[in-house]
Design a binder for this molecule. Structure first.
Ligand SMILES: CC(C)=CCC/C(C)=C/CC/C(C)=C/COP(=O)(O)OP(=O)(O)O
Ligand SMILES: [Mg+2]
Ligand SMILES: [Mg+2]
Ligand SMILES: [Mg+2]
Length: 559
C-alpha cells in the first residue's frame, strides 16, 4: 500500500534505491584479453642466455677500456652500447672513460670534426652526465646569415645527429633551439627521398627522438636500424641479441604474474567501468627501468599504478560526488573499519588496496626499508585528495585559475606516487637520503609531473570537457590568461619543452642523487611522450602501445 504524502504525491513505501546518474565513459575494452596468462618461463633457457652473455660482455668491456682506441671511435662504441641499453653492464668503465675524455676536451680539436661525429660525441657526453658545450656546433652556422650552412642541409646523417643532440638541450642553449626546429623541417622535407637504413633511421627519429623514447623499445629499434654501427664489433651484436632474449623471457614472466594477480583480484567484475589496461600499465612501468635487477620493483610498481587506474576511473567515470567524498575519507583514514561507509561496488578495491600495502610493509620491514612503503602510501592518499579536489570543482562547475590548477595538477599527474612506488622494490640503494630527496619534491620530479599533467591534458581535454569536467590545464589557462584555445595549447607545449630542459639539466653532473634514482623520473617523462605525443594512447591503446607490446611480448622469436 503506497503512503500518500501531505502534498498528495505518491511515494512507494518499499525502500527503492534510485540508481544515481553516473558519468559512464564506456571505455574501449582490453586489446589483449588473457593472452599473457599462458606464458611459462623456462628457467634453463633464461640461465642459458645469462651464461652465453658472459663471453661477449667481457670482449665489449675490453674494447671500452682499450687505451689504444681512437677517442672518436671509442665514443662511437659507447654511443652504440648506450643506445642498445647496455650501459648499465659497463657503467664504471664507461664513466671512467668519459671522465678521462671529457677532461681532455678541447674545442679546437673539433674544428675539423664532421657534424655527425660531433653530434655522436655530444650525445654520449650529455647522456652520461657531462655538459659538453653546445659551442661545438657553432662552426656549422654561417656567421653572416646566422643560419645553418648550406653544406649542413646536404648532410642528412649529420642533421639526424644534430636533431638527436638538440633533444638534450638546456635553457639558454639557443643554437640547439634553432637546431631542433631547423633539423625537423629539413629532415621532414627529405625523409621520403631517402633509401635504405638512413630512411628508416630518419623516419624513426622523426616519429620520436631517442631521448624521448622508451629505452627498452629504442634499443630494439637501434638494433634493427643501425646494424652497420652495431656490427662494427661482432661481440656487441652478439651481446645485444642475447640480452634481448634474456630480458624478453623475464618480462613475459613478470607480465604473466601481474596479469594473473589482476584477474584473481576480479577488478573487471567488481569495477567493470574502468579501463582494462594491464599490459599497457606494465609497459609503462617497464619504461621506468628494464634492468633485470628491478624485476620485483616492476611488479610492485605495476600493481600500485593499476590501483591508480581504478581510482582515477572511479572518480572520473563512475562515482557520485558523495561516493567520492566517502572513498577519499576512507583512504585518508586507511583503516579497514572505513569499509562499511563505502558503497558496495568499491569495497573490494579498498580491501585489496589495504591488504597489498600491508603485505608490502611486512616484506620491506624485513629489510628495514618499510619507510619507502609509507612514502608511497602517503603519496597515494595525496592523489586521492587531489582527485577529490578536481571532483569538487567539477561538481560546483568551478574553473580553477591556472596556478591553482597546477598546484593540484602536479599531484594528479600521478608521477609523485608512481616514482615513489617505483622505489619500493629497488633495494638497498633507496636509503634515507634517497627518500628525503624525493620528499623534497626536486625540480626534476616537478618537471616530470608537469609533463605528465599538461601533455595528458592537451590530449584529453576535449574528451574530459564533453564529459563535464570543469578544470583541465587547457580550460584553466584559457580562463586565467584570456587567450584562445590554440594559444593556450601553444603555451602549455612551451612549458613542456622547458620542463624537458630542466630534466636534462637535472641529469648533468654533479648530480643531487645517483642516476639510478633519477632514471625512473626521466623515464616516466619519456613514457608520457610514448603514450600522449600523438593522441590519448592509453584510453585508446590501439597504436603505439599496441605496437610496443607486440614488439616486446607477442610472438617475436628469440633473436
Ligand atoms: C595524468 C597521467 C597521464 C598519469 C599517468 C600516470 C598513470 C598511469 C596514472 C594512472 C591513472 C591514469 C591512467 C591517468 C591517465 O588517464 P586520464 O587522462 O584519465 O588522467 P586524468 O584523469 O588525470 O586526466
Ligand atoms: Mg581520468
Ligand atoms: Mg582524473
Ligand atoms: Mg586526462
Amino acid at each position: 500500500m503506497a503512503a500518500v504524502e501531505a502534498n498528495g504525491t505518491l511515494q512507494p513505501n518499499t525502500k527503492t534505491t534510485i540508481e544515481p546518474v553516473r558519468p559512464l565513459a564506456n571505455f574501449p575494452p582490453s586489446v589483449w584479453g588473457d593472452r599473457f596468462l599462458s606464458f611459462s618461463l623456462d628457467n634453463t633457457e633464461l640461465e642459458g642466455y645469462a651464461k652465453a652473455m658472459e663471453e661477449p660482455k667481457e670482449v665489449v668491456r675490453r674494447l671500452i677500456v682499450d687505451p689504444t682506441m681512437d677517442s672518436n671511435k671509442k665514443l662511437s662504441l659507447i654511443y652504440s652500447v648506450h643506445r642498445l641499453g647496455l650501459t648499465y653492464m659497463f657503467l664504471q668503465d664507461v664513466e671512467a672513460q668519459l671522465d678521462k675524455l671529457f677532461k681532455e676536451f678541447n674545442l679546437q680539436d673539433y674544428e675539423e670534426v664532421d657534424l655527425y661525429t660531433t653530434s655522436i660525441n655530444f650525445q654520449v657526453f650529455r647522456h652520461l652526465g657531462h655538459k659538453l658545450p653546445c659551442d661545438v656546433f657553432n662552426k656549422f652556422k654561417d656567421s653572416s646569415s646566422g643560419t645553418f650552412k648550406e653544406c649542413v642541409t646536404k648532410d642528412v646523417k649529420g642533421m639526424l645527429g644534430l636533431y638527436e643532440s638538440a633533444q638534450l638541450r638546456l635553457r639558454g642553449e639557443e643554437i640547439l633551439d634553432e637546431a631542433a626546429e631547423f633539423t625537423v623541417t629539413q629532415l621532414k622535407s627529405v625523409v621520403n627521398t631517402l633509401e635504405g637504413k638512413l630512411g628508416q633511421q630518419v623516419m624513426q627519429s622523426l616519429r620520436r627522438p631517442f631521448h624521448q623514447g622508451m629505452p627498452m623499445v629504442e634499443a630494439r629499434f637501434y638494433f634493427a636500424n643501425y646494424d652497420e654501427e652495431c656490427s662494427t664489433h661482432e661481440s656487441l651484436t652478439k651481446l645485444a641479441k642475447l640480452h634481448f632474449n634474456y630480458l624478453q623471457l623475464q618480462q613475459k614472466e613478470e607480465l604473466r604474474i601481474v596479469s594473473k594477480w589482476w584477474k584473481d583480484m576480479r577488478f573487471q567484475e567488481t569495477t567493470p567501468y574502468i579501463r582494462d589496461r594491464v599490459p599497457e600499465i606494465y609497459l609503462w612501468i617497464l619504461g621506468l627501468y628494464f634492468e633485470p635487477r628491478y624485476s620485483l620493483a616492476r611488479i610492485i610498481a605495476t600493481k600500485i599504478t593499476l590501483f591508480l587506474v581504478v581510482l582515477d576511473d572511479t572518480y572520473d567515470a563512475y562515482a557520485t560526488i558523495e561516493e567520492i567524498r566517502l572513498l577519499t575519507d576512507a583512504i585518508n583514514r586507511w583503516d579497514i573499519s572505513a569499509m562499511e561507509q563505502l558503497p558496495e561496488y568499491i569495497r573490494p578495491f579498498f580491501k585489496i588496496l589495504l591488504d597489498e600495502y600491508a603485505e608490502l610493509e611486512k616484506q620491506l620491514a624485513k629489510e628495514g626499508r618499510e619507510k619507502s612503503v609509507f612514502a608511497s602510501k602517503e603519496a597515494f592518499q595525496d592523489i586521492a585528495n587531489g582527485y577529490l579536489e578536481e571532483a569538487e570543482w567539477t561538481n560546483s562547475g568551478y574553473v580553477a585559475s591556472f596556478p591553482e590548477y597546477m598546484k593540484n595538477g602536479l599531484i594528479t599527474s600521478a608521477y609523485n606516487v608512481i616514482s615513489k612506488s617505483a622505489l619500493v622494490g629497488m633495494g638497498e640503494m633507496v636509503g634515507e637520503d634517497a627518500l628525503a630527496w624525493y620528499e623534497s619534491h626536486p625540480k626534476t620530479l616537478q618537471a616530470s609531473e608537469l609533463i605528465s599533467r599538461l601533455q595528458d591534458d592537451v590530449m584529453t581535454y576535449q574528451f574530459e570537457r564533453e564529459r563535464g569536467q570543469s578544470a583541465t590545464g587547457v580550460d584553466s589557462y584559457i580562463k586565467t590568461y584570456g587567450v584562445s584555445e590554440k594559444e593556450a595549447i601553444n603555451e602549455l607545449n612551451k612549458m613542456i619543452e622547458n620542463a624537458w630542459k630542466d630534466i636534462n639539466e637535472g641529469c648533468l653532473k654533479p648530480r643531487e642523487v645517483s642516476m639510478d634514482l633519477l632514471a625512473p623520473i626521466v623515464n616516466l617523462a619519456r613514457m608520457i611522450d610514448v603514450v600522449y605525443r600523438y593522441d590519448d594512447g592509453f584510453t585508446f591503446p590501439g597504436k603505439t602501445m599496441k605496437e610496443y607490446i607486440t614488439l616486446l611480448f607477442v610472438g617475436s622469436s628469440p633473436m
